[in-house]
Design a protein around this ligand. Sequence first.
Ligand code: BV8
Length: 255
Amino acid sequence: MNPQFIQQAADLIRASKQLTVLTGAGVSKESGVPTFRDALDGLWAQYDPKRLATQFAFETDPKLVWDFYEFRRDLMRPAKPNPAHVSLAALEQRFPTMQIITQNIDNLHEQAGSKNVIRLHGNIWANKCFYDCQGEPTPVDISTIGWDRNSGPPPCPYCGRWVRPDVVWFGEMLPPDQLRAAKEVIAQTDVMLVIGTSGVVQPAADMPYIAKYHGATVIEFNPVESEITPVADLWLQAPAGESLPRVLEALDEHV
Ligand code: BV8
């Protein structure tokens, strides 16, 4: 990776007034969490996650979709924040107004110590009543429910109907409060880091373009070209777990 790009990224971040970070599945890759584009193995290799992560799939086969999320929870459970998550938490220490906007549902930014995290697509560790029977959302703590875990989703303790993961499925609206918070900070952003996203899923994928429209400088951290690369002012073509720590070192060199 070009050391000049590291220095340029550090200089842009150092001079930033509102530093905003958009992350996708790639930031958790080095924690051992497969991205959406990674072929899943075993039983799930035959399924397209985009077709399973929908209300229709859940209503059609609640056990299949519930087991898909249990499979991913089992994959994510041992995952620990990697140097990319840790670097972002350290960056927030230096830039207190820094805001992370994440597409991820694995909670690894929070585990690394990041405080300002907007979660666009929910949290795989949380569950809710499929019908939000007590109001939107109706959170459900499944640790308090005794049910046959081989039978698919547990029954809602309030209405007895399905419980589902508290994540945003394809075709569902994003949580309005999270989307509003993201739009507000993007309008004030002068430097946006875009880390580990293919830039396909809307409306997250539009966010770097909107930031650019508002005059922001966009720095992409991704080993592979993405839908965001065309709008990036700087592209650090390396795994984020390698490039982000080097940018922080370069930041410290000129303190
Ligand atoms: C909505 C939670 C209103 C569930 C997820 C406009 C145009 C076209 C389509 C649409 C549109 N508006 C809405 C849509 C439909 C849809 C959509 O975008 N479809 C896509 C497929 C075209 N969007 C929606 O439905 C959204 N809702 O807009 O509501 C509406 C509704 C209907 C119709 C119109 C409007 C809801 C989207 C949320 C879906 N839920 N997650 C779950 O996880 O199970 S999205 C899910 O997939 C992830 O959260 C993530 O966001 C996405 C995968 O994207 P990435 O994070 O980018 O991951 P990916 O694997 O793709 O890429 C990883 C990248 O990392 C790669 O580039 C790789 O090179 C890089 N990488 C790898 N290793 C590293 C690395 N980078 C750095 N370091 C490394 N080491």
